[in-house]
Design a protein around this ligand. Structure first.
Ligand SMILES: [Zn+2]
Length: 176
């Protein structure tokens, strides 16, 4: 039994996030809504090949996802990834030629978010893998400090995305 000086909080009803497919609260602890509309630029890199691959993925796009998924989208979009079976820690080392990139995340209603991974094959950028967000292995994410053998096209997409993120970030305050 709870101590009698504790008052029950309001019951916050839940909804099923179409991205993680979890039952999540409708409101965040700060009172804001936990249903975030996903802007197109947060779902896919601005690239023709990426857009075409997205258009080929069937299924109804969910208009809103939960706060945690929205944060995951921001972390994952444009991030370099290693092939599923590669062992060891490549972070900090020069990149390898089998390094790919997360080009898009699509919130498909009833299926959960699908992650589109791109690699360069025969000099062409291609969607080589579609992974579900809930079963994606985060150990595959990699952050090499230099291009190494990474395909120039993949590296260019990665650098452009980083530049975009930095351009959007608030400018630090420098007192005179
Ligand atoms: Zn979610």
């Amino acid at each position: 039994m709870p101590p009698n000086n504790v008052i029950d909080g309001p019951r916050v009803s839940t909804w099923r996030c179409p991205s993680c497919q979890e039952s999540v609260p409708r409101l965040l602890p700060n009172g804001k809504t936990n249903r975030i509309p996903v802007a197109p630029e947060r779902m896919a890199l601005p690239d023709g090949t990426v857009r075409q691959a997205c258009a080929r993925v069937q299924g109804l796009r969910a208009p809103e996802i939960c706060y945690a998924c929205d944060q995951a989208y921001q972390e994952l979009l444009g991030t370099l990834v290693r092939p599923p079976a590669e062992l060891g820690d490549a972070r900090g080392d020069p990149g390898l030629n089998d390094t790919g990139l997360i080009g898009a995340l699509l919130p498909i209603a009833d299926q959960g978010t699908q992650i589109l991974i791109f690699n360069v094959i025969n000099e062409e950028l291609r969607c080589t893998e579609i992974e579900r967000l809930i079963s994606f292995n985060p150990d595959r994410l990699t952050y090499p400090g230099s291009r190494g053998a990474i395909a120039p096209r993949i590296w260019a997409l990665y650098e452009d995305h980083l530049a975009q993120l930095h351009a959007r970030a608030p400018v630090p305050y420098h007192p005179e």
